[in-house]
Ligand binder design. Sequence first.
Ligand code: NAD
Ligand code: GLY
Length: 363
Amino acid sequence: MKLSEREIIGQGFRYPIELHEDFQGLAEKLNALPKVSKVYVLTSREIAGIYEKYITKELKTLKVPFSFIYLKPGEKNKHIDRVKKVYNQLIETDADRKAVVIAFGGGVVGDFAGFIAATYQRGIRFVQVPTTLLACVDSSVGGKVAVNVDSGKNMVGAFYQPEFVFAPLFTLSTLPEKEWSCGLAEITKHAFLDGGSFLDKISKSKRSDFYADSPTLRYAIEESVRVKSGIVSQDEKESGLRAVLNLGHTTGHAIESLTQYKKYSHGEAVAVGLVTALMLSRELAGFSDSNFQKAITLMKQLELPTVLEEKPDLVLGHMEHDKKKEGSSLKFVLLEDFGKPKFGVSIERKTILEILKRQRGKF
Ligand code: NAD
Ligand code: GLY
């Protein structure tokens, strides 16, 4: 059953983002796409192990053949080296330009399958069927697709929008606890960027209010999608405004790479990074102390990490590897207030170091 729908409209693209109870209705949406030759479900064995039988039951009502292509799970497999194998699987099974790819999984599968769709025969259509909370609220929306190369994450990619997003929320019932933190961190980021009633409402919630079919979860996904679509509609290719979605990501990416992607999930690292960004905002952008306390209280209610455990100088070193470096300063997204982000703010490294030292072992 369809639970809700929002349309994202930008320059040259327009598609629905739908929340559903389960897979019912997915085949009908695919059948409605014009001139489809075949459907490929790109997923991981982990996700297929739990959900293949359910999605297969739905896809049996497709008017065209479908088959599965299995990707190895985990960030390390969202890699350029894995791409060739999938192209070959498509070529060997005569995939033509009318084939459609279903990206069925979390952000790793979504980014990878989207990259395959964006590049195979110069681009074939794809749809996003997200199965993690992060993918529902963030990665399935907005058309960033990418793979990693040895020297860095998401270094090769495209802006390539799906035909539609179809989120079967019952799949979240099997999501491991750590993955909930990922999605909750991005929801918190969206609430900070938006302010208003979204932030007020989730500020009254606690982590246990978020579970697969809870009203709080559905509300938070719908609101997150509203915030993200609103931003992407105005600036698909991140020439400006879309950069605000990187709130918390400068420290987040630094501690992820510093700990070799083993200690933190992406969302946990972003949560720590949100605190750095808010401390800098309080110092440099007039973000009030009461707002800061409200933000920390919410993050604690959601059981998100806020403490910096890594050495500040090492974190700064990893930030400097990031593309946001500019002379002796680094670019950050700050908040003047909830709902009032500022992007591209250059901050001197000594100020960042000072803040990281204050964040270490605190909160
Ligand atoms: P993920 O895709 O690695 O999924 C996390 C784990 O959960 C995996 O082991 C996966 O197999 C498992 N899983 C997925 N769905 C499940 C389910 N329903 N039940 C049980 N287990 C399930 O992680 P993620 O957090 O979804 O995505 C992270 C990726 O997203 C990163 O590569 C990041 O770069 C990317 N990302 C992209 C964007 C974008 O705009 N394109 C935005 C944010 C993040
Ligand atoms: N996740 C950041 C973006 O989509 O721009």
